[in-house]
Design a protein around this ligand. Sequence first.
Ligand code: FES
Ligand SMILES: [Fe+2]
Length: 475
Amino acid sequence: MTTDFKNLDGSEKYADPYTTLEYEAYRQTYELPDWKDGERLLKRTPPRDYGTDRLADKHIYFDAGVMEREYDKIWSKVWLLAGHMNDLPRQNCFMKFDVGYESFLIVRGEGDQLHAMYNSCRHRGTELVEQDFGSTKKFVCPFHKWEFASDGSLLKIQDRETFRAEALCHDLNLKKVRVEAWRGWIFISMDTEAEPLEEFLGAEFMDSVASYDFEGAVRIRDVVQEWPANWKVAHEAFNEGYHVQATHPQLIPANNAYHCVHNLYGNGHALSIYQNMLPSPHVMNDIPSDGISDEQKIFLREAGIKEEDFPKNRDDVPMAVIKGKRAKTGGIDYARFTNSQLIDSWGIGLFPCTEGFLLPEGYFLQSWHPHPTDPEKCIYKTQVYAVTGAGELPSYMAVEGVDLSGKTVLPRTHAEKGDIDIVGPVIGQDVVLIPRVQRRMRSRGYDGAILSEQEIRIRDFYDEYNRLMNGPDRQ
Ligand code: FES
Ligand SMILES: [Fe+2]
């Protein structure tokens, strides 16, 4: 008798109930090896034991009331990474920064002073600016032509004499929000009472990224796309390496996400060190050590090492890349970086919604903001910043032939929904998977997340999230 039975993986045998993997038990105390971090060995720093509870509040992923409360308790309270000084290369340059139903104009004013204000006309609320970047001396409202200077102050009311004086006895300048720059990055906060930006970032976080040349960064890639998932569902997939072996299997021959080192800082910020160059323990035994993989060859080439000088043994690749980078002259000053920073992806997590992979040559940033109205959608933003003098950029950043001078302002690409090509092959896999998570959030068959220690940052995120959501109003 023939059968058309097939397993989901296409094979025709009945699947084994378990596939056993022979790797060492996960050690929570794993630290970067000495040779990797030299004088500055980083320790894994969970500040406290978050326990083992299931995350049972799954309505936070689809409840419109929760979405509204997040505006009151989170989005309007914290500092948000909005851009970089290089996005505003000259006086009177502006950028638009959207967060859910809010929109802001950030302007480089006289003497390089920054101004940030709501992108909303004081007459009847119209959005003043639709474009993402530009340069102007004044903003003119398209509805009735009220004019505002680039610092937000009111310049002109059309037919002013037709308003009774009492109707105009209000503050008619564009409403300002807090704005601060830190090492080239621009942050805004809607909360006039917010702590200073450096206090929000915290000394541990700032110290951990001190080597990187943030000031010299130039934006070379900028894509925005709507995703059919709550912003937290999407973000959670980017602060754990646990899914890499299943969702991105092509990465694990040269990426040990299993031993990702998570450093948990205050205020929900974190640093996750994703260890590149060597295989994940899941496939360690499948890859012969007396040879090097194609994935490792990419890293070697990017470090400027000639084919004939490639090491013969898999385990010698990381040190060969480190030496190759340190031997480079001109361009980036690799002496500022630890060995780990030369080869690993240093993943910074900035509460509430930004993740960045840092390499000496460039920064790969991603943010997930709420959709203006729908809790089951979010707005994904990905940007690549290259460090001036970087020469060759890592291949996964997928940017070639771009202007690194910082003299031109790169337009933002608003990608079609579901276009997985535009986000690249790795993020494309997440774009396919994440809506599938969202689709089952309401199911009676799902009672909330059960988390491994590899997913400790999700617990850390919710520790801060719940602290703010349940905390007092700061008005
Ligand atoms: S709404 Fe802007 S001028 Fe009327
Ligand atoms: Fe992923």
